[in-house]
Design a protein around this ligand. Sequence first.
Ligand code: ADP
Ligand code: ASP
Ligand code: MG
Length: 413
Amino acid sequence: MAIVVQKYGGTSVGDVDRMKRVADRVARTHRAGNQVVVVVSAMGKTTDGLVTMAQRISERPPERELDILLTSGERISMSLLAMALHDREVPAKSFTGSQAGIITDAVHGRARIVDITPGRVQDALDQGNVVIVAGFQGVSQDTKDITTLGRGGSDTTAVALAAALKADVCEIYTDVDGVFTADPRIVTTAEKISYVSYEEMLEMAAQGAKVLQVRSVEFGRNHNVRIHVRSSFSFSDGTWVGPEEDSVEDAIISGVAHDTSEAKLTIQQVPDRPGVASRLFSALADDNINIDMIVQNVSADGRTDISFTLPRGDCDKARAVLDPLCHEIGAVGVRVDNDIGKVSLVGAGMKTHPGVAAKMFGALSAAGVNIEMISTSTIRVSVVVAGDQVETAVQAVHAAFGLGADGLPEVAE
Ligand code: ADP
Ligand code: ASP
Ligand code: MG
């Protein structure tokens, strides 16, 4: 008997009718003789609604209480789906993340899974049930408090459970047909990729392609889970994510990702002497602030500007850390630019093909887009641009590399 893990995202369970359709699909997979574990997200925009409600009640909601609140969205979905399955005469049991043995660290809002003890899930499966697990949540090993895994975290619940249960496949059902060469909502010519390696998917997800949460891909790679991203609104094949050696295609570039959730912070006129950068960034790290790109300018008169990007929501926290430090080290101050976006080109073929960055910068320049920061990895080139130029930049880069339908020859009149 195969073990299949299926994860349904917010849009896929967005209302009662869609929930019933999900129940039909799960029942079908169960009747085909599989052991089925279903991970559900909160219905539609429930999580956003809960966040807004918390913010309206309190300026700084305690993280512990916020996490308990947010996990309720997934609990609504899991119980409703269990009811729909019972109606279809499919035995089903729902479990919270904690009941399913999703054990995390104690970092509220973006907890990491540290262990999975799926005893109750396995027992319920062995008794012939479809098992439904609330996504996006776990319980802290140390504090025993309920935690959430960061936005989009139900993907990680699903892949982690698939790894722990040694599932044959982890199906991620969403509102698009798979992973595309760019966000199909921004690039109309983007096309579905049939196979993408863990490494490339990791880069795409880390750079803003929110179709999979980054940590779910990390789990997939570390435990060799075959991930199939596909639409809950059709039965067509989606995108397979797996090891690089299984890829049959030989594309140089996989796709373009963008991220508009970051801000750029510049520390002005930092004294250019050893140990200063270390002090600044250690202080930020001690406060759990994640830094992304860093650029230090050439110094003039013994002083230099240091700019870096970070999640926009962490800006106030970063300022609270940096303002007093600037004073101490003799820097002039901190400037925040909220109106930026990051555009990234990802592809394993970059390792062996020179000139990719040059071609990308050329496409941006031809489209009139100014580059503010640059960073690279072996399979990625990223640039920071003005917020209102992100879409133009994504489209220009997508076209320049002939991705998706942009790569098809023009039809003669
Ligand atoms: P779910 O609620 O099912 O988890 P998400 O909204 O988290 O769905 O992720 C799906 C969305 O990701 C799509 O609707 C699409 O707009 C966006 N997206 C961004 N980049 C890509 C990409 N390269 N391929 C597919 N979807 C993408
Ligand atoms: N409901 C959570 C969110 O909106 C988790 C998820 O959907 O994966 O982020
Ligand atoms: Mg998601």
